[in-house]
Design a protein around this ligand. Structure first.
Ligand code: ZN
Ligand code: ZN
Length: 223
C-alpha cells in the first residue's frame, strides 16, 4: 500500500509483485522514501528483494529507509546470501525497526498487533529466535486519520482509535468474520477490506449492513 502524506511517499508492506506494481504506477526509482514492513509473513515482505534489486538496476540515488519488525541483522545476512549487497548499491539503505518509524515519520504511529501470538507456543517449544512482532499503523496527516490494520486477530487492540478515523484499511483474511463486522458497528469511517476475504466473511457480508468496500489494486483514495 502506497501512502503519500506531507510530500513523503511511504510503502506499507511489500508482498509479491510489489516491484511490478511500483513500475506500473510510476512509483519506482527515486519516488519511495520509506518502506515499512508490518511483519515477516512472506505475503507482506517477499517482494522487498525484487524491489531492492530493481532500485539497484535503476541506479536509484535517494536514501531508502527500510523498517523491519525484527531481526535486522538476520535480514541483512539474507540479502547477502542473495548477492544483494547493499554496500554496492548506488543508494544508501537505512535499516531500522518498525517500532521506531515515528521518529522519522511523525505521521505514522505503529500499533503493536496480536497477529503473530498464535505462534508463541511453537516458538517457545522449539526455542526459536522469532520475536512474534507485528504492527498495525495509525497514519495522521492534515487532520485526517487512517488505520491500516495489516493482519490482526482481535479488534480490541484498536479500541481507543476507532471512533476518530476517516479511513480504515482492513487486512481481513485472518480475523473472524464477526470481528470484521464489528468495525461497522463501532466506526463511521470509510472501510476497505483488503488481503482477500474468507468464505465466512463473504457470507457474513451478504447479510450485514453494507458499509464495506473491497480493495482493488488500482484503488486510489484522496482524503
Ligand atoms: Zn500475516
Ligand atoms: Zn498477510
Amino acid at each position: 500500500m502506497w501512502v503519500n502524506c506531507s510530500s513523503t511517499n511511504i510503502l506499507f508492506d511489500c508482498g509479491e509483485g510489489a516491484a511490478k506494481q511500483l513500475l506500473r504506477n510510476k512509483l519506482d526509482n527515486n519516488v519511495i522514501d520509506s518502506i515499512v514492513i508490518s511483519h515477516f509473513h512472506p505475503d507482506h515482505v517477499s517482494g522487498i528483494f525484487m524491489v531492492l534489486q530493481m532500485f539497484y538496476l535503476q541506479k536509484r540515488k535517494k536514501t531508502l529507509n527500510l523498517y523491519l519488525p525484527e531481526k535486522i541483522n538476520e535480514f541483512k545476512n539474507f540479502l547477502d546470501m542473495f548477492y544483494t549487497f547493499t554496500s554496492r548499491f548506488s543508494f544508501k539503505v537505512n535499516f531500522k525497526l518498525t517500532k521506531n518509524v515515528n521518529a522519522d515519520h511523525q505521521q505514522i504511529h505503529p500499533i503493536p498487533s496480536d497477529h503473530m501470538q498464535s505462534y508463541a507456543g511453537f516458538v517457545k517449544k522449539h526455542s526459536l529466535p522469532n520475536e512474534l512482532l507485528s504492527y498495525s499503523f495509525l497514519i495522521s496527516d492534515s487532520g485526517k486519520k487512517i488505520l491500516y490494520t495489516s493482519d490482526f486477530l482481535d479488534i480490541k487492540i484498536y479500541d481507543k482509535y476507532l471512533r476518530k478515523l476517516d479511513l480504515i484499511i482492513i487486512d481481513a483474511l485472518h480475523t473472524k468474520a464477526s470481528d470484521i463486522i464489528k468495525f461497522a458497528e463501532i466506526t463511521n469511517a470509510r472501510m476497505i477490506l483488503n488481503h482477500g476475504l474468507s468464505e465466512e466473511l463473504k457470507n457474513s457480508l451478504k447479510t450485514s449492513i453494507k458499509k464495506f468496500e473491497i480493495a482493488d489494486e488500482k484503488l486510489e483514495i484522496s482524503l
